[in-house]
Design a protein around this ligand. Sequence first.
Ligand code: CMC
Length: 437
Amino acid sequence: METSNTAPRTARLELDGKTYELPVVVGTENERGIDISSLRSQTGHITMDDGYGNTGSCYSKITFIDGEKGILRYRGIPIEELAEKSSFIEVAHLIIYGQLPSSKQLQRFSDLLTRNEMLHEDMKFHFEGFPSNAHPMAILSSMINATACFYPETLEPYDASTFEVEAARLLSQVRTIAAFSYRKSRGLPIIYPKPAYKYSANLLHMMFSEPYQEFELIPEVVRALDLIFLLHADHEQNCSTSTVRMVASSRANLFASAAAGVCGLWGPLHGGANQAVLEMLQAIHKEGDDGSKFIAAAKDKKSGKRLMGFGHRVYKNYDPRAKIIKRQCDELLAKLNINDPLLDIAKRLETVALQDSYFVERKLYPNVDFYSGIILRALGIPIEMFTVMFAIGRMPGWIANYREIAESVENRIYRPRQIYIGPPLNHYIPVKERTGQ
Ligand code: CMC
């Protein structure tokens, strides 16, 4: 572990009349933490941190976020620069391998993705087993796990010499699985990937071409999808990435770890928020509400409603990804000549919320999911596939976090503690002697 320590510091803890010294660790950007790894052995106490809001679970070199300032960087490079100048595949290389690829490395990476884009032919039969209304996130997670069965070497412990191919296989095939599950849900014939197409174009082709007619690839549409993937590519220790690391820490394989990540992402408080935002906007539109009724409900805890796409555990400022997506939304809809009433509702909700003391005091701003659904909808992606798009985009981050764990010599299995609050010692009662209904 490396930290950019200027002068070693310690924190002092007083407990039961004794004083303990705990080292202070400092990150590259001066983020500070108290290293409590010896706390239990020294004091017999653990820390409690519901929801892990104050817990650093690892050292990582991949992504930096300053939530107060609204900063996001992949391997030190600001998200704004990457969004303007880079592509999803270049960024995937940056995130997984730690550097922007040279043109030779980029070619090699792209070729590897192309060579690994086809699913094993027998995988096709697995899709037949799902009901046509199965949620594509359930299919995605099952099929990622199933993929490993077709490549037994994947099940072996981490091996740096095979990692490159495995990572490319996962990154490439997640897109093929997503497209196949969409085609299956619509009762449409499967469209195979086309080696000539780049990553995002190929996904659109597999989803929307027909055996008798190629889907017309509009450059702005391809670019918009690529940008969505790029903006989702990593986001440090969120619920799904921590899940990937948790599973990887037991030395489970890359595919098992990523499949677990898909499940972590699915919920509406995390990646599922993009679907939830669209459903919220549609409901507001259907009701003819201008958004005021919904905002009032979102502020009332008893309503059970939240302004989806707003708020973030780390950002206490505008999510920098949301700013980029909002701009892209305006540009894409203008280019495609789409006048989406849901975009107007979203903008109004944002304006009202950002002036409302409830949201201001709690520092609740639009997050990445607030506008992304409107872009995905304009691209013709069905609502139930929104979170799948998030998962495709997040794959480089999961792969890089898996690699960090797998390559770390210091890695121990992730195993948090708890404070037990159940019944005290109790004894077995034979069934006939038990009372109650
Ligand atoms: N609408 C209304 N109130 C909210 C919202 C919201 N969207 N988000 C937070 N609050 C309130 C919450 O009720 C609490 O109020 P109080 O202090 O009075 O009890 C306060 O703000 C703090 O919220 P919290 O739930 O303790 O914050 P958290 O850090 O645990 O949760 C969050 C973060 C993202 C789960 C939450 O803001 C939320 O549910 N947002 C809506 C869902 C959403 O958009 N999720 C996508 C997150 S970004 C993409 C990604 O997953 O990476």
